[in-house]
Design a binder for this molecule. Structure first.
Ligand code: FAD
Length: 409
């Protein structure tokens, strides 16, 4: 056996798995299809939890900015809701390149090997166990455990035979802007609106003159999607209409795809485990994956160490990672918000989700909204919502039932 572990992909999930596994002394090989770990979209807005998982301080070079409040606003009506730090906890903007380099360098220092321009094509199976991968130009490499941290369209997942019966993808674009004017660097914004579709547009300042402007949307139905303006056009329209950004320069454009329907039914098998987007380990309503990917990478590395020590890479042994992961609070939040997102996507096949979001912005208080987003709203909260938002809830219920009837789900 060549390596203890092969990791496909250097997003936050793969880098954290590699960092921790190398720290535990595992012989780790990382394969990445791109030319470097940097210049990609790692995910930007995070809370204290991500900083703790990454072991970086709020005032360190790894943090690009810190926000004191977050505003949710309708682009169409201007109604808004302000969530301040006391409710949300601290929010930070990562310096993505520096964070990625940090995890890579820690892994390298502990002996991990990185190969770039190394696109994984398929897993190699022997006697129903995954024993390695084929990559690049017909190269093969073997290991006790193969980790698919290769994103939403994971080759490891597909060729190992994992399935996603409820696969709801959110598509996103982000501009990094320079030469902006008079930006308040303390406040981050989320916008909903008719042009945005089922998703949101976000504005995360990096300084008074720089910001990240992005948009993410879930296709609610083919017809609705084709009626919407292209996502990059929505960002450009925002730039034109706001004095802060009308003369700004687009310094970089990134895009990506995030799974939003929760964790997939099974993400481990003999000799193979999925991690991050590949396993649906993303907080569904907001499409936040950094914290959940870093956490999953740590859980996986701990189990990889156990597997290597015992020499047991059987299905049962790898499954212990899945069981442990599913017991975590983050995993149950993903499952709860995944169900919510699935229901919303069904609802919006027959109703106007933006109108519903606008009612929420107009009437819901920030504390309740935060609880719903985080997936830990209490029964009492739901009861209050039923009373206060009965007309909307009834509409959602009817829309959902109609959608179920239509799709047969
Ligand atoms: C526009 C946008 C904005 C976002 N903003 C935030 C945010 O503010 N906060 C937050 O928490 N989350 C955010 N997310 C989500 C977050 O970025 C993802 O959930 C997270 O990056 C997923 O990490 P990952 O390691 O699982 O996969 P990825 O980051 O997708 O990394 C997968 C890696 O695998 C490589 N790869 C793919 N296929 C192969 C192959 N066949 N062989 C070898 N390598 C391969 C890719 O090149 C890539 O490096 C955002 C996502 C998008 C799209």
């Amino acid at each position: 056996m060549g390596y203890d572990m092969i990791v496909a992909g250097t997003g936050p999930a793969g880098l954290m798995t590699a960092e921790r596994a190398s720290m535990y002394g595992l012989k780790t090989l990382v394969l990445e299809k791109r030319a470097a770990v940097t210049d990609s979209l790692m995910g930007e807005l995070v809370t204290d939890k991500a900083l703790n998982l990454l072991r970086v301080k709020p005032d360190s070079e790894y943090i690009g900015n810190k926000f004191t409040s977050i505003v949710g606003e309708s682009l169409d009506t201007g109604s808004n809701i302000v969530v301040d730090r006391t409710l949300l906890g601290n929010s930070y903007l990562f310096d993505e390149d520096k964070c990625q380099e940090l995890m890579r360098d820690r892994a390298l220092a502990d002996g991990a090997e990185f190969r770039y321009r190394a696109r994984v094509k398929s897993v190699i199976k022997e006697n129903d166990s995954v024993v390695g991968v084929k990559y690049g130009n017909d190269q093969e490499v073997k290991a006790g455990l193969t980790v698919g941290a290769d994103g939403s369209f994971s080759r490891v997942s597909e060729t190992a035979g994992f399935t996603h019966p409820k696969w709801l993808l959110s598509y996103g674009y982000r501009f990094k802007l320079m030469n902006c004017k008079n930006v308040d660097p303390n406040v981050a914004y989320f916008f909903v609106g008719k042009d945005v579709g089922l998703g949101y547009l976000w504005l995360y300042p990096r300084s008074e003159t720089e910001m990240n402007l992005g948009i993410g949307r879930v296709p609610s139905s083919k017809e609705n999607w084709s009626r919407l303006p292209p996502m990059q056009d929505v960002l450009r329209k925002y730039m034109k209409r706001h004095p802060e950004t009308e003369n700004a320069k687009i310094a970089a454009v990134n895009g990506g795809v995030v799974p939003c329907a929760g964790i997939i039914p099974r993400f481990t098998d003999a000799g193979v485990a999925l991690c991050g987007n590949a396993a649906g380990q993303v907080s569904s309503i907001v499409g936040g994956g950094v914290t959940t990917c870093l956490h999953a990478g740590q859980v996986l590395a701990k189990h990889a160490k156990r597997m290597v020590d015992s020499g047991d890479f059987s299905r049962k042994s790898v499954q212990l990672y899945e069981k442990d992961y599913r017991r975590s609070k983050l995993a149950s939040n993903i499952t709860n918000t995944g169900r919510g997102m699935w229901a919303v996507s069904k609802f919006s096949m027959l109703n106007d989700p933006i109108a519903a979001a606008e009612i929420v912005l107009d009437q819901l208080d920030a504390k309740t909204l935060n609880e719903l987003i985080q997936g830990h709203a209490s029964v009492a909260t739901y009861m209050t919502l039923m009373t206060d938002f009965l007309p909307m809830v009834a509409k959602i219920g009817v829309g959902y039932l109609k959608a179920i009837a239509m799709t047969g789900l």
